[in-house]
Design a binder for this molecule. Sequence first.
Ligand SMILES: Nc1ncnc2c1ncn2[C@@H]1O[C@H](COP(=O)(O)OP(=O)(O)O)[C@@H](O)[C@H]1O
Ligand SMILES: Nc1ccn([C@@H]2O[C@H](COP(=O)(O)OP(=O)(O)O)[C@@H](O)[C@H]2O)c(=O)n1
Length: 233
Amino acid sequence: MNTYDEVTILTKPIQIAIDGPAAAGKSTIAKIVAEKLSYIYIDTGAMYRAITLKALTEGINMASNDEAGQLLSKTEIDLQPSGDGQLVFLDKKDVTEAIRSQHVTKAVSEMAAHEQVRQRMVELQQQLADGRGVVMDGRDIGTHVLPEAALKVFMSASVEERARRRFEENKKRNILTPLEELQAEIAKRDKMDSERIVSPLRQADDAIFIDTTDLTIAQAAQEILKLAEERLL
Ligand SMILES: Nc1ncnc2c1ncn2[C@@H]1O[C@H](COP(=O)(O)OP(=O)(O)O)[C@@H](O)[C@H]1O
Ligand SMILES: Nc1ccn([C@@H]2O[C@H](COP(=O)(O)OP(=O)(O)O)[C@@H](O)[C@H]2O)c(=O)n1
């Protein structure tokens, strides 16, 4: 048994919120931290991606708050823990892979800006987290979804490094978007996410900033586990 297992068993579980811009390493690190602490991991971006996939499939007007709201009322989104990650179901169909396409990625920030969409997603996220040890990643977790989280982290890295990481990740999945195009897409999405009116991407006042540009995955995970351990003791 390692230190983290002992700590988890002996103490009440906490909520850990990890926010930050695209491809900063949030979900990779969140999964590791959740596994070490035997907590559940929730990737909230997957929910916004799922509703965006449906909007694209049904051809609804992404700019319309009303159309987005109507779509939502006839949509079921479900997240289920799987191994060290999560499966995403849209109207009972497994869309875990489909929501990662460039098509969805390019459209998601417009969909995620709608107030009705955010309200519903936040409700679901709060229900999933209620009363359990959880590591949740997204854009507004520390500021809005889990304002009482015991540990809040705002994770970032240079946009060049984030685009490089996403490029390498895409290559493994046979997505061959050029590096420059990825960097422009990431920068545009960060801007839209930061400038939207409803719960924009921003660091919570009580969040700890971690720059992962020069950190390995193991180093970044270790930093957060150390901070979690301090709060568990
Ligand atoms: N510290 C790191 N060093 C190198 N690569 C990383 C690091 N953190 C994450 N990655 C890689 O970068 C890519 C994007 O990470 P991801 O966790 O999906 O980011 P986010 O959830 O913030 O969008 C993944 O392929 C992941 O393996
Ligand atoms: N809590 C969240 C999570 C994601 N999102 C939106 O969903 C998009 C996709 O999030 P993601 O975490 O899957 O994106 P990546 O960082 O993995 O590329 C973001 O660009 C935001 O527009 C959000 O608005 N609020």
